[in-house]
Design a protein around this ligand. Structure first.
Ligand code: ADP
Ligand code: MG
Length: 304
Protein backbone atom coordinates (compact mmCIF):
# COMPACT_ATOMS: atom_id res chain seq x y z
CA UNK A 1 0.00 0.00 0.00
CA UNK A 2 1.45 3.31 -1.00
CA UNK A 3 0.34 6.92 -1.06
CA UNK A 4 1.03 9.03 -4.11
CA UNK A 5 0.26 12.73 -4.02
CA UNK A 6 0.30 14.26 -7.48
CA UNK A 7 0.49 17.99 -8.00
CA UNK A 8 -2.18 18.87 -5.47
CA UNK A 9 -3.39 22.46 -5.29
CA UNK A 10 -5.84 23.60 -2.61
CA UNK A 11 -7.20 27.09 -2.17
CA UNK A 12 -9.26 28.58 0.62
CA UNK A 13 -10.82 31.58 -1.05
CA UNK A 14 -7.92 33.55 -2.43
CA UNK A 15 -5.35 31.87 -0.18
CA UNK A 16 -3.37 29.00 -1.67
CA UNK A 17 -2.95 26.45 1.13
CA UNK A 18 -1.24 23.82 -1.04
CA UNK A 19 0.75 24.82 -4.08
CA UNK A 20 1.48 21.91 -6.47
CA UNK A 21 2.34 19.41 -3.76
CA UNK A 22 3.75 16.04 -4.86
CA UNK A 23 5.30 13.27 -2.79
CA UNK A 24 5.08 9.56 -2.28
CA UNK A 25 5.03 7.33 0.77
CA UNK A 26 6.09 3.78 0.03
CA UNK A 27 4.70 0.58 1.48
CA UNK A 28 5.91 -0.10 4.99
CA UNK A 29 7.39 3.34 5.55
CA UNK A 30 6.83 5.65 8.48
CA UNK A 31 7.01 9.07 6.86
CA UNK A 32 7.16 12.26 8.90
CA UNK A 33 5.23 15.18 7.43
CA UNK A 34 6.70 18.18 9.11
CA UNK A 35 6.21 21.91 8.84
CA UNK A 36 5.41 25.00 10.90
CA UNK A 37 1.84 25.75 11.95
CA UNK A 38 -0.22 26.79 8.95
CA UNK A 39 2.09 25.07 6.45
CA UNK A 40 -0.75 22.94 5.07
CA UNK A 41 -0.22 19.58 6.81
CA UNK A 42 -3.79 19.04 8.02
CA UNK A 43 -5.22 20.21 4.72
CA UNK A 44 -3.02 17.71 2.84
CA UNK A 45 -3.98 14.87 5.17
CA UNK A 46 -7.69 15.53 4.82
CA UNK A 47 -7.29 15.49 1.04
CA UNK A 48 -5.44 12.16 1.24
CA UNK A 49 -8.35 10.75 3.25
CA UNK A 50 -10.91 11.97 0.72
CA UNK A 51 -12.52 14.32 3.26
CA UNK A 52 -11.61 17.43 1.34
CA UNK A 53 -11.46 17.84 -2.43
CA UNK A 54 -8.36 19.39 -4.01
CA UNK A 55 -8.68 22.32 -6.41
CA UNK A 56 -6.52 20.34 -8.84
CA UNK A 57 -4.20 17.36 -8.73
CA UNK A 58 -4.95 13.94 -7.25
CA UNK A 59 -4.03 11.41 -4.60
CA UNK A 60 -3.58 7.75 -5.47
CA UNK A 61 -3.81 5.07 -2.84
CA UNK A 62 -2.24 1.98 -4.33
CA UNK A 63 -2.90 3.40 -7.80
CA UNK A 64 -6.57 4.11 -7.06
CA UNK A 65 -7.61 7.75 -7.28
CA UNK A 66 -9.16 9.16 -4.11
CA UNK A 67 -11.30 11.68 -5.96
CA UNK A 68 -13.53 9.18 -7.73
CA UNK A 69 -13.37 6.34 -5.21
CA UNK A 70 -13.12 7.82 -1.77
CA UNK A 71 -15.32 5.14 -0.16
CA UNK A 72 -13.28 2.32 -1.66
CA UNK A 73 -10.03 4.02 -0.73
CA UNK A 74 -11.15 4.77 2.83
CA UNK A 75 -11.37 1.03 3.54
CA UNK A 76 -7.60 1.02 3.48
CA UNK A 77 -7.08 4.22 5.42
CA UNK A 78 -7.15 4.92 9.14
CA UNK A 79 -7.21 8.59 10.11
CA UNK A 80 -6.45 10.25 13.42
CA UNK A 81 -7.53 13.88 13.07
CA UNK A 82 -5.69 16.75 14.71
CA UNK A 83 -8.58 17.57 17.03
CA UNK A 84 -9.80 14.10 17.72
CA UNK A 85 -13.52 14.28 18.42
CA UNK A 86 -14.39 11.83 21.19
CA UNK A 87 -17.48 11.40 23.31
CA UNK A 88 -16.58 12.08 26.96
CA UNK A 89 -19.68 10.34 28.37
CA UNK A 90 -18.99 7.04 26.59
CA UNK A 91 -16.97 4.17 27.98
CA UNK A 92 -14.01 3.08 25.86
CA UNK A 93 -15.56 -0.15 24.59
CA UNK A 94 -18.92 1.52 24.05
CA UNK A 95 -17.25 4.20 21.95
CA UNK A 96 -15.27 1.70 19.87
CA UNK A 97 -18.42 -0.36 19.25
CA UNK A 98 -20.21 2.78 18.16
CA UNK A 99 -17.31 3.73 15.85
CA UNK A 100 -17.22 0.18 14.44
CA UNK A 101 -20.90 0.49 13.57
CA UNK A 102 -20.09 3.46 11.36
CA UNK A 103 -18.16 1.24 8.98
CA UNK A 104 -21.33 0.13 7.27
CA UNK A 105 -20.00 -2.25 4.66
CA UNK A 106 -17.28 -3.71 6.87
CA UNK A 107 -18.36 -6.07 9.57
CA UNK A 108 -16.14 -5.40 12.57
CA UNK A 109 -16.48 -8.24 15.07
CA UNK A 110 -16.28 -7.75 18.82
CA UNK A 111 -13.15 -9.93 18.74
CA UNK A 112 -11.52 -7.22 16.72
CA UNK A 113 -12.40 -4.64 19.35
CA UNK A 114 -10.74 -6.78 22.03
CA UNK A 115 -7.68 -7.14 19.82
CA UNK A 116 -7.47 -3.39 19.29
CA UNK A 117 -7.85 -2.69 23.01
CA UNK A 118 -4.88 -4.98 23.66
CA UNK A 119 -2.84 -3.55 20.79
CA UNK A 120 -3.27 0.06 21.84
CA UNK A 121 -2.68 -0.66 25.54
CA UNK A 122 -6.14 0.48 26.63
CA UNK A 123 -6.85 -2.53 28.86
CA UNK A 124 -5.76 -0.96 32.18
CA UNK A 125 -8.21 1.94 31.73
CA UNK A 126 -11.01 -0.01 30.11
CA UNK A 127 -13.55 0.71 32.86
CA UNK A 128 -13.28 4.47 32.51
CA UNK A 129 -15.32 6.92 30.53
CA UNK A 130 -13.42 8.76 27.81
CA UNK A 131 -13.84 12.03 29.71
CA UNK A 132 -11.98 10.51 32.68
CA UNK A 133 -8.93 9.50 30.64
CA UNK A 134 -5.63 11.38 30.45
CA UNK A 135 -4.86 13.00 27.11
CA UNK A 136 -2.38 10.21 26.38
CA UNK A 137 -5.07 7.56 26.83
CA UNK A 138 -7.58 9.58 24.82
CA UNK A 139 -5.04 9.61 22.02
CA UNK A 140 -4.82 5.81 22.31
CA UNK A 141 -8.61 5.64 21.93
CA UNK A 142 -8.25 7.77 18.79
CA UNK A 143 -5.62 5.40 17.45
CA UNK A 144 -7.79 2.41 18.34
CA UNK A 145 -10.66 3.91 16.38
CA UNK A 146 -8.41 4.57 13.38
CA UNK A 147 -7.30 0.92 13.49
CA UNK A 148 -10.69 -0.77 13.87
CA UNK A 149 -11.08 -1.81 10.24
CA UNK A 150 -7.44 -2.93 10.08
CA UNK A 151 -6.37 -0.41 7.42
CA UNK A 152 -3.01 -0.80 5.70
CA UNK A 153 -2.36 2.93 5.81
CA UNK A 154 -2.50 5.25 8.82
CA UNK A 155 -2.73 9.03 8.54
CA UNK A 156 -1.93 10.56 11.93
CA UNK A 157 -2.27 14.31 12.32
CA UNK A 158 0.00 15.53 15.14
CA UNK A 159 -0.55 12.44 17.27
CA UNK A 160 1.66 13.62 20.13
CA UNK A 161 0.82 17.32 20.30
CA UNK A 162 -0.35 18.29 23.79
CA UNK A 163 0.94 15.15 25.51
CA UNK A 164 3.39 15.16 28.41
CA UNK A 165 6.91 13.76 27.85
CA UNK A 166 6.05 10.28 29.18
CA UNK A 167 2.91 10.06 27.08
CA UNK A 168 4.87 11.23 24.04
CA UNK A 169 7.34 8.38 24.46
CA UNK A 170 4.54 5.85 24.91
CA UNK A 171 2.58 7.00 21.87
CA UNK A 172 5.76 7.12 19.75
CA UNK A 173 6.64 3.57 20.64
CA UNK A 174 3.09 2.47 19.84
CA UNK A 175 3.33 4.18 16.43
CA UNK A 176 6.69 2.54 15.81
CA UNK A 177 5.19 -0.81 16.68
CA UNK A 178 2.27 -0.22 14.28
CA UNK A 179 4.75 0.85 11.61
CA UNK A 180 6.15 -2.68 11.40
CA UNK A 181 3.02 -3.73 9.53
CA UNK A 182 1.55 -0.53 8.17
CA UNK A 183 2.38 2.43 6.00
CA UNK A 184 2.21 5.56 8.14
CA UNK A 185 2.16 9.25 7.36
CA UNK A 186 2.37 11.32 10.51
CA UNK A 187 2.48 15.06 10.85
CA UNK A 188 4.31 16.95 13.54
CA UNK A 189 6.11 20.20 14.10
CA UNK A 190 8.67 18.51 16.34
CA UNK A 191 11.84 17.55 14.55
CA UNK A 192 13.04 15.12 17.24
CA UNK A 193 9.86 13.19 16.68
CA UNK A 194 10.85 12.58 13.09
CA UNK A 195 14.37 11.60 14.09
CA UNK A 196 12.96 9.20 16.69
CA UNK A 197 10.50 7.27 14.54
CA UNK A 198 10.56 8.10 10.84
CA UNK A 199 12.29 6.45 7.88
CA UNK A 200 11.48 9.41 5.69
CA UNK A 201 10.93 13.08 6.20
CA UNK A 202 8.86 15.38 4.01
CA UNK A 203 9.13 19.05 4.93
CA UNK A 204 6.36 21.43 3.92
CA UNK A 205 6.49 25.20 4.24
CA UNK A 206 3.79 27.65 3.18
CA UNK A 207 2.04 25.01 1.10
CA UNK A 208 5.14 23.83 -0.75
CA UNK A 209 7.36 20.79 -0.29
CA UNK A 210 10.85 22.05 0.51
CA UNK A 211 12.61 18.77 1.30
CA UNK A 212 11.98 15.05 0.97
CA UNK A 213 14.33 12.23 1.91
CA UNK A 214 15.88 10.08 4.59
CA UNK A 215 16.76 12.15 7.71
CA UNK A 216 20.50 11.54 7.25
CA UNK A 217 20.24 12.41 3.54
CA UNK A 218 18.64 15.74 4.39
CA UNK A 219 21.33 16.50 6.90
CA UNK A 220 24.08 15.95 4.36
CA UNK A 221 22.22 17.69 1.52
CA UNK A 222 21.31 20.81 3.45
CA UNK A 223 24.53 21.46 5.22
CA UNK A 224 24.12 25.22 5.13
CA UNK A 225 27.21 27.38 5.05
CA UNK A 226 28.45 26.89 8.62
CA UNK A 227 29.47 24.15 10.98
CA UNK A 228 30.19 24.20 14.70
CA UNK A 229 32.90 23.17 17.16
CA UNK A 230 32.77 22.85 20.94
CA UNK A 231 36.09 23.75 22.58
CA UNK A 232 36.92 23.29 26.24
CA UNK A 233 40.02 25.00 27.63
CA UNK A 234 41.67 24.45 31.02
CA UNK A 235 41.01 28.02 32.12
CA UNK A 236 38.88 31.02 31.37
CA UNK A 237 39.38 32.64 27.95
CA UNK A 238 37.69 35.68 26.50
CA UNK A 239 36.13 35.97 23.04
CA UNK A 240 39.09 38.08 21.85
CA UNK A 241 41.31 34.98 21.72
CA UNK A 242 39.46 33.85 18.56
CA UNK A 243 39.94 37.13 16.70
CA UNK A 244 43.01 36.06 14.68
CA UNK A 245 41.19 33.03 13.24
CA UNK A 246 39.91 33.49 9.72
CA UNK A 247 36.47 32.11 8.77
CA UNK A 248 34.74 32.29 12.14
CA UNK A 249 31.12 33.39 11.94
CA UNK A 250 30.28 33.63 15.63
CA UNK A 251 31.46 32.43 19.02
CA UNK A 252 29.27 31.69 22.01
CA UNK A 253 30.39 31.00 25.56
CA UNK A 254 28.81 27.89 27.12
CA UNK A 255 30.49 28.07 30.52
CA UNK A 256 33.64 29.62 31.94
CA UNK A 257 35.99 27.31 30.02
CA UNK A 258 33.85 26.24 27.08
CA UNK A 259 32.96 27.90 23.78
CA UNK A 260 30.90 26.99 20.74
CA UNK A 261 32.44 28.28 17.54
CA UNK A 262 30.46 28.51 14.32
CA UNK A 263 32.63 28.72 11.22
CA UNK A 264 32.59 28.41 7.45
CA UNK A 265 31.71 24.99 6.17
CA UNK A 266 34.70 24.51 3.87
CA UNK A 267 37.27 25.33 6.55
CA UNK A 268 38.87 23.22 9.23
CA UNK A 269 39.90 25.65 11.95
CA UNK A 270 40.90 23.01 14.48
CA UNK A 271 44.68 23.26 13.93
CA UNK A 272 44.51 27.02 14.34
CA UNK A 273 42.59 26.69 17.59
CA UNK A 274 45.33 24.39 18.92
CA UNK A 275 48.07 26.78 17.85
CA UNK A 276 46.28 29.73 19.44
CA UNK A 277 45.96 27.87 22.70
CA UNK A 278 49.66 26.97 22.71
CA UNK A 279 50.62 30.57 21.96
CA UNK A 280 48.50 31.77 24.87
CA UNK A 281 49.74 29.08 27.20
CA UNK A 282 46.33 27.46 27.51
CA UNK A 283 45.53 23.75 27.19
CA UNK A 284 42.74 22.44 24.99
CA UNK A 285 40.92 19.77 27.00
CA UNK A 286 38.34 18.89 24.36
CA UNK A 287 37.61 19.84 20.78
CA UNK A 288 34.65 18.38 19.00
CA UNK A 289 32.69 19.01 15.82
CA UNK A 290 28.97 19.28 16.48
CA UNK A 291 26.80 17.15 14.25
CA UNK A 292 24.31 19.08 12.27
CA UNK A 293 20.88 18.36 13.68
CA UNK A 294 17.77 17.83 11.61
CA UNK A 295 16.39 20.68 13.68
CA UNK A 296 18.89 23.02 11.98
CA UNK A 297 17.87 21.78 8.54
CA UNK A 298 14.24 22.39 9.41
CA UNK A 299 15.00 25.92 10.58
CA UNK A 300 17.05 26.68 7.50
CA UNK A 301 14.25 25.53 5.21
CA UNK A 302 11.28 27.04 7.02
CA UNK A 303 12.50 30.19 8.78
CA UNK A 304 10.97 33.23 7.15
P1 ADP B 1 -1.09 22.95 9.36
O1 ADP B 1 -1.90 21.71 9.66
O2 ADP B 1 0.23 22.68 8.73
O3 ADP B 1 -0.95 23.81 10.59
P2 ADP B 1 -3.42 23.74 7.82
O4 ADP B 1 -3.56 22.76 6.73
O5 ADP B 1 -4.32 23.60 9.00
O6 ADP B 1 -1.90 23.81 8.28
O7 ADP B 1 -3.63 25.20 7.23
C1 ADP B 1 -2.95 25.67 6.08
C2 ADP B 1 -3.43 27.07 5.75
O8 ADP B 1 -4.77 27.06 5.34
C3 ADP B 1 -3.38 28.02 6.96
O9 ADP B 1 -2.99 29.29 6.51
C4 ADP B 1 -4.81 28.02 7.44
O10 ADP B 1 -5.11 29.25 8.08
C5 ADP B 1 -5.60 27.85 6.16
N1 ADP B 1 -6.87 27.12 6.40
C6 ADP B 1 -6.98 25.86 6.90
N2 ADP B 1 -8.27 25.48 6.95
C7 ADP B 1 -8.99 26.52 6.48
C8 ADP B 1 -10.40 26.75 6.24
N3 ADP B 1 -11.30 25.82 6.52
N4 ADP B 1 -10.74 27.95 5.73
C9 ADP B 1 -9.82 28.89 5.43
N5 ADP B 1 -8.51 28.74 5.59
C10 ADP B 1 -8.09 27.58 6.11
MG1 MG C 1 -2.60 20.97 11.38
Amino acid sequence: MSIKVENVVKKYGRQTALNHVSFEVFKGEIAGFIGPNGAGKSTMMRIICGLLAPFSGDVLINDISVSGNSLEVRKNLGYLPEHNPLYPEMYIREYLEYAAGLYKNQDIKSNRINEIIELTGLAPEINKKIGQLSKGYRQRVGLAQALLHNPQILILDEPTTGLDPNQIIEIRSLIKELGREKTILLSTHIMQEVEAICDRVIIINKGEIVADGHPSELKSRHTGSFQSLVVEFNKHVGAEIFEPVDGIDLVKQVDEHTWIIQYEYEKDIRPEIFNLAVKNNIAVLALQKVDKRLEDVFRELTAR
